[in-house]
Design a protein around this ligand. Structure first.
Ligand code: BZD
Length: 835
């Protein structure tokens, strides 16, 4: 049985009608109708995919029914803002279970399908997720959509409907191989295309001045290329509420799909040329999560969805009687990193050129409209666009950016006369090397609010990367610590834990996560601890079965599951984890009788295809598995698994089964992390550095319930400033030396040169302080092992972790955004500070 917490609406409200009712009878009728009349199938011959699609359509009907009502309420309200979340990525994850949970009909649908001899779990397993994001940033956008709807805040997510999302990862002979992600190939039932709402997007060409009827100087843009943006809408229902918002993703289409003249003269390829080149814009997601690709197509993508979104927002505003001058009173637009920062000159362009506003008025509207969220401190990740490239694609925007910059620089000179160095640093234009636009500076100047994603990250932003901006306008900065949706990451993915929690503290916690505090006293109850451990064991057994199926590796559910899943990156230090595993391995080799806690190490995550060291780290992990897994001296005490193709769906199976969560980035590097929250919410104990949101997690759960190790961000800086020498650390640490030498001597896979670039990086540069933190990490892992030997103490800590994680619901994050950035309340009502 699924927790009764999901049964809200179906129990409290009688079924309305056959078409959209929520009881099992209505639902099985609806699924059957879709099978017959939409799929053209008889239930007896229908495939699993047929059933999946029909079930999804039946659910979608019920979502859009609520969506229509939400929109209607919006159109009739006299005032208030709608939030537009502008993001190049939305990593939505599978939709079926999450929608059933939010609708409150999980059990009803299960029963409905059971009557047709179909298992709901099989359909959920069958579902393919849209991987329209790289990692944390895209998944955060998806969690925020869930919370916005749950808090009944009118919102639209605007982004790109990539035909191919993040590549699908296979592991062949231990190496990552990338395959195209064909998420649409069996049909995507959750969206509705709206071709009638298409908008035009322009590129290239030139601008020319003219004088309007009032004798005013104006500029017009004569583009060289026009592309159509077609919106595809996915309904986003809140948890146990009627509010249903939208995710509106844009697909690029040719204005003329076919050149008949070319076709008629026999030039078939030219006849479809325009279509092919245009559709390239929304073809594929760029798979880099850190270093931006300065490719023209990427800029085309960014402008494409931003232009579509702003046009859509402005059109709605004007249609319902708004004036261009009051745009910001109806819309609060959030820039999810700098990827949509071109929205700033785009809104200016529309207000100036199309609606005839004066500069100061247009600028006031623009600044009041936008907020900017920064997600990274890595200098190489800050986006810039070469001026020549930007100007060729967006000539009018470049003029506007130059004018913004002229006024910005004048302003700086007024406040800091003679400080040309400051002007150079804050300028929107980087003059060194190939002249380029600094998108973070553009996002800052165009926004009334700027935030980081965890307390430390915001502090470092303020004191380092954006310190000049803080000096100019400190009131614009705030922190909003990230959060995750407990509906997906606990209720839908960990039913066993959800049932136990609901039985213990009632069913309010998914919408009011602070209520988890009610679990605290139960940490002292041995009977409760036993049930807690039973839940974890059940989840570990399930994961063990999945691991066996995906990798062929047998793992023992009784062993400690020590898990690191996230993008592969040197700053996240998967290789530090490997050094620890090899340390344990060597100890066992030297002393096969050693009394060691049996551990299963699970890794998962994708490496950017062009990031060679990250791909080599994957090989390092799999080679470690090959060495360790079948060694008779190890006798099953160490297992190393690389879980291929980590995704939202995979995460939902993995987080509930973890005992230890690895959050071991170099302090000062991980902006926040959100996997750290998902693990801890599912009862894993964290081993982590003082980085990103780890700091706040530790504060909440209590330092005694968190395994802390490693240098602090300040210590990292100080060590680097005083000439950190990783080679000396290596020379002085015997165990470390032995492990590094094992890798370097071909002990993993036989080829001594294979991992040369990883090892040379560590020994000669080690920018991420892997060797500096090695001993502290190994020591901390000893403390983990010691605690594992006391299952009662472990369970107590695990319970306290969950009980104290309430802060990390994305509902809290969204409330913070509402209060600190958007100034909106439920139904978009203005709150204090609203413009
Ligand atoms: O954003 C991540 C950070 O690294 C995490 O610390 C943080 O928790 C999350 C959410 O705030 N950043 C990304 O995921 N970034 C990207 O995926 C990305 C994608 C394209 C281009 C640049 C970065």
């Amino acid at each position: 049985m699924y927790p009764s917490v999901n049964e809200g609406e179906s129990q409290s409200e009688p079924s309305r009608d056959v078409r959209t009712g929520l009881d099992p009878g209505n639902l099985s009728q609806a699924v059957c109708d879709y099978l017959y009349y939409f799929q053209g199938r008889h239930p007896a011959t229908a495939s699993r995919n047929d059933f999946y699609l029909s079930t999804a359509y039946a659910v979608r009907d019920r979502l859009f029914q609520r969506g229509v009502q939400s929109l209607d309420a919006l159109l009739h309200r006299p005032e208030g803002r709608t939030v537009a979340y502008l993001s190049a990525e939305f990593l939505m994850g599978p939709q079926l279970a999450a929608n059933l949970v939010n609708l409150g009909i999980y059990d009803a649908m299960r029963e409905a399908l059971w009557r047709m001899d179909v298992r709901l779990e099989d359909l959920i397993e069958h579902e393919v997720e849209p991987g329209l994001g790289n990692g944390g940033l895209g998944r955060l956008a998806a969690c925020y959509l869930d919370s916005l709807a749950t808090l009944e805040i009118p919102a639209i997510g605007y982004g790109i409907r990539y035909e191919f999302g993040i590549f699908s990862q296979q592991i062949r002979e231990g190496w990552q191989v990338e395959l195209t992600d064909k998420w649409l190939h069996l049909g995507y039932p959750w969206e509705l295309a709206r071709p009638e709402r298409a908008v035009s997007v322009r590129y290239g060409g030139y601008t020319e001045p003219y004088t309007d009827e009032q004798g005013r100087y104006r500029v017009r843009w004569i583009p060289a290329e026009i592309v159509k943006g077609v919106p595809h809408d996915t309904p986003i229902l809140g948890y146990r509420v009627k509010t249903c918002n939208l995710l509106r993703l844009w697909r690029a289409e040719a204005v003329h799909s076919f050149d008949l003249a070319a076709f008629n003269v026999g030039d078939y390829s030219r006849a479809v040329e325009e279509q092919v080149t245009t559709e390239t814009i929304s073809k594929v997601l760029y798979p880099n999560d850190a270093s931006p690709q300065g490719k023209a197509l990427r800029l085309k993508q960014q402008y494409f969805f931003v232009a579509c979104a702003i046009e859509d927002m402005l059109r709605a505003h004007l249609r319902f009687g708004g004036r261009p001058e009051t745009f910001h009173k109806r819309w609060a637009a959030q820039l999810n990193d700098t990827h949509p920062a071109v929205a700033v000159p785009e809104l200016m362009r529309l207000l100036l050129d199309d609606h005839g506003l004066e500069w100061d008025d247009a600028w006031d509207v623009t600044q009041k409209t936008f907020g900017y969220t920064n997600h990274t401190l890595l200098p190489e990740a800050l986006e810039t666009w070469p001026i020549d490239l930007f100007g060729a694609l967006l000539p009018r925007h470049l003029e506007i950016v130059f004018e913004i910059n002229r006024r910005l620089c004048d302003g700086i000179r007024r406040v800091y006369p003679g400080d040309e160095d400051r002007v150079r640093r804050m300028s929107l234009v980087e003059e060194q090397g190939r002249r380029s636009l600094r998108m973070a500076n553009l996002a800052c100047v165009g926004s009334h609010a700027i935030n980081g994603v965890a307390a430390l990250h915001t502090e470092l932003l303020k004191s380092q990367v954006l310190s000049d901006w803080v000096a100019m306008s400190p009131e614009r900065f705030c922190n909003v610590t990230n959060g995750v949706t407990p509906r997906r990451f606990v209720l839908a993915s960990n039913p066993a834990l959800s049932r136990l929690v609901t039985e213990t503290i009632g069913d309010h916690w998914p919408a009011r996560l602070e209520a988890l505090r009610g679990l605290e006293p139960h940490a002292e109850d041995p009977a409760f601890r036993k049930r807690w451990r039973d839940v974890k064991r059940e989840n570990k057994q399930q994961l063990a079965a999945v691991i066996k199926e995906r990798t062929g590796i047998s793992v023992d559910p009784e062993s400690l599951f020590d898990i690191q899943v996230k993008r592969i990156h040197e700053y996240k230090r998967q290789h530090l984890n490997v050094l620890h595993i090899l340390t344990l391995y060597r100890r066992l080799k030297e002393n096969p009788g050693l009394d060691m806690v049996p551990r299963t190490f699970v890794f998962g995550g994708k490496a950017a295809p062009g990031y060679h060291v990250a791909k080599l780290i994957i090989k390092l992990i799999t080679a470690t598995g090959d060495l360790v897994n079948d060694d008779p001296d190890v006798r099953g005490r160490l297992k190393v698994v690389f879980f291929p193709n980590f995704s939202v769906k995979a995460g939902q199976a993995i987080y509930p089964a973890a005992d230890v969560s690895e959050q071991i980035s170099t302090a000062g590097q991980e902006a926040s992390g959100t996997g750290n929250m998902k693990f801890s919410l599912n009862g894993a104990l964290t081993i982590g550095t003082l980085d990103g949101a780890n700091i706040e997690i530790r504060e909440e759960v209590g330092p005694e319930n968190f395994f802390l190790f490693g240098l602090t961000a300040d210590e990292v800086r100080a060590a680097k400033a005083s000439g950190y020498n990783p080679r000396a650390v290596y020379e002085q640490n015997q165990e470390l030396r032995a492990v590094v030498d094992l890798i370097g001597s071909g002990g993993l896979g036989g080829d001594p040169g294979l991992f040369r670039s990883v090892l040379d990086g560590l020994l000669w540069h080690d920018p991420f302080m892997v060797l500096a933190d090695y001993q502290a990490y190994v020591d901390c892992q000893e403390r983990v092992a010691a605690l594992w030997r006391d299952p009662e103490a472990w369970a107590r800590m695990s319970i306290l972790n969950v009980a104290r994680m309430g802060k990390f619901s994305s509902d809290r994050s969204i409330r913070d955004y509402c209060e600190r950035v958007w100034h909106v309340g439920p139904l978009g009502a203005p709150t204090e500070g609203a413009p």
